[in-house]
Design a protein around this ligand. Structure first.
Ligand code: C2E
Ligand code: CA
Ligand code: CA
Ligand code: CA
Length: 273
């Protein structure tokens, strides 16, 4: 360990701290990346299961790093959350997704991921309202995807925010459903519009009877509570067939389409199976 000018300790173990230093460097780059317009939104199509029809897209953030190429959000979102940049970044994502979606055919929706950290700052509802107003996007065409971690802490305040979103007419989806801790109690407390069944269940279908049974249970539960269900990470025709059999409503995955830059979207619906 070495003491630096301002009295803070820095550790220089070349092996152990490689990851830490990478993260630190990435954090610095991240701050400049917005100004340098290195972020892009890619859009992955979501289709009705039967008959196959394009419903809309999920906006997925991409960082085109000048030296490191495309960096996955799984890598930089946690850093953005730690450094607080997630607020500016999240603002950019919402504005960009709404502006883009407003140019699509009227019946297509856009889904935007919200980080739990964004709920900690005042003005999130106002931000969404402003994005809708400035883009002219009909509120019902915007869906906000949250994970149950949003509901873990500051539960009451965050429920109130979700209710305000719904008052605006915006849809709320519960993402990565089924892999958390106590998902069912949230369903009792809040009327989500959609459950997104976690990819891990879809991946195990159709070979795993257990995974299929869980997907069936989630779909049945969702439907009886007035929610629709999306299966994410659908990669094979066999998975698609099994998901149709379990009455899953919407399909998202590489089988039907990878996330693409806005200018490459075709907005075409339903040929083939
Ligand atoms: P997520 O919200 O669960 O998004 C689905 C992820 O699965 C995406 O990864 C997508 O590209 C990937 N995926 C879709 N279909 C398939 C498939 O058939 N097979 C496989 N193997 N993967 C598939 P991506 O784009 O790398 O995003 C990772 C995570 O980063 C997202 O998970 C989400 O939690 C977060 N994220 C992405 N964009 C944003 C954003 O704008 N804001 C926030 N807060 N988080 C974001
Ligand atoms: Ca998502
Ligand atoms: Ca997900
Ligand atoms: Ca996920």
């Amino acid at each position: 360990a070495k003491r630096t000018g301002r009295g803070t300790l820095c550790f220089f173990d070349p092996d152990l701290d490689q990851v830490t230093r990478d993260r630190h460097a990435l954090g610095k780059d991240l701050r400049e990346a917005l100004a340098r317009q290195q972020f892009e939104l890619h859009y992955q199509p979501v289709y009705a299961a039967v008959p196959r029809q394009l419903i809309g897209y999920e906006a997925l953030l991409r960082w085109r790093h000048p030296d490191r190429g495309m960096i996955s959000p799984a890598e930089f979102i946690p850093i953005a959350e730690e450094t607080g940049l997630i607020h500016l970044l999240g603002e950019w994502v919402l504005h960009t997704a709404c502006q883009e979606a407003a140019t699509w055919p009227q019946d297509l929706q856009v889904a935007v991921n919200l980080s739990p950290a964004q709920f900690k700052r005042e003005g999130l509802v106002k931000l969404v309202q402003t994005c809708l107003e400035q883009s002219g996007l009909t509120p019902a065409r915007l869906e906000l995807e949250i994970t149950e971690s949003v509901l873990l802490d500051e539960t009451l305040a965050n429920f109130s925010i979700l209710k305000q979103f719904q008052s605006l007419g915006v849809k709320i989806a519960l993402d990565d459903f089924g892999v958390g801790y106590s998902s069912l109690s949230y369903l009792r407390s809040f009327p989500f519009d959609k459950l997104k069944i976690d990819r891990s269940f879809v991946t195990e279908m159709p070979s795993s009877k257990q995974a299929a049974a869980i997907v069936r249970a989630i779909t049945t539960l969702g439907h009886s509570l007035g929610m629709i269900t999306t299966a994410e990470g659908v990669e094979t025709q066999e998975q698609l067939d099994a998901l149709r059999q379990e009455r899953c409503d919407l399909i998202q995955g590489y089988l039907y389409g990878r996330p693409l830059p806005a200018e490459q979207l075709v907005h075409k619906g339903g040929q083939g199976a």
